[in-house]
Design a protein around this ligand. Sequence first.
Ligand SMILES: Nc1ncnc2c1ncn2[C@@H]1O[C@H](COP(=O)(O)OP(=O)(O)OP(=O)(O)O)[C@@H](O)[C@H]1O
Ligand SMILES: [Mg+2]
Length: 297
Amino acid sequence: MLITEGKTKRILASATPQEVLLETKDDLTGGDAAKRETIAGIAVHKTAQARHVFELLNRRGIPTAYLGAESPVRLRCAACTMLPLELVTRRYAWGSYLKRDPALAGSKPHRFAELKTEFFHKHACVVPPLVPKPVQMDEGKARELYLKGGVWADGVYTDPFIRIEKGRWYLHSAKVPVDPARTLMETPALLNPEETEFLIRRIMIPVFEALEQAWAKVETAGGRVALVDLKIECGRRQRDGKLVVADVVDNDSWRIWPGADPARQLDKQLFRDGHALSEVAEKYELVARLTESFARS
Ligand SMILES: Nc1ncnc2c1ncn2[C@@H]1O[C@H](COP(=O)(O)OP(=O)(O)OP(=O)(O)O)[C@@H](O)[C@H]1O
Ligand SMILES: [Mg+2]
């Protein structure tokens, strides 16, 4: 039975209570889902990648929703109440980060000695004069109302950056440097300060470090693979309320660069940048194969 269907997955009810099946679709999306393609066979590669990642994280004792594989395109996971957050950890300053910190832009990516962690809200923020006062809404709803011919109306902020100060959460444009004097709106804190610390110290950083170390052992024609950045999603496990890594981590979730060279990227950025779908499919298959080594990592 279908519980919900998203852009890249279906969530199905499992025969076991408090478990769900995550079924991957043969779809890739990019640019706020403005770009969307079906690539036959890619679901199998993405599922294999997610399985390899989750098996490594579970072995490291990091709390995740993953319970096992059900089929080549289905994972068995603990049912979670998802947090509408994108949790991003970075080793290098790249992509949208450079809009918030343009001083770090350059031909050679800046490497953070200490990992950078950032929270983004999955609900878009809409501000006057589009609405009487700033509000948040589901991105799908915002798209219906304010995305015309592939262009967002002025005053819509998708995936806003969250600035946390003394336990209070404030939304900011993710596309300009964060200035506390230019808060879009305050948003209810989804985590208390202890949970926020737990998420950063016990989940985000350990997940990144485990994957960074595993990738660093992978030799490719272009050199060892650098994990540049990573987005994860977390939820509260319905069974016990515990915060866990949920949804999936696959080749859509990170930037991976053999030899730390952006020109050799193997991840979904290839798709966003408009490379041939056959090349994208080939890279996804390669990443599924390379992540097999995570079992020995
Ligand atoms: N373990 C889980 N328990 C419950 N729901 C889950 C779990 N893992 C993922 N989900 C949810 O399944 C839905 C479908 O996933 P999908 O990634 O396709 O959605 P989406 O359209 O990309 O939207 P989103 O931006 O929320 O990811 C998402 O809302 C996701 O949060
Ligand atoms: Mg998703």
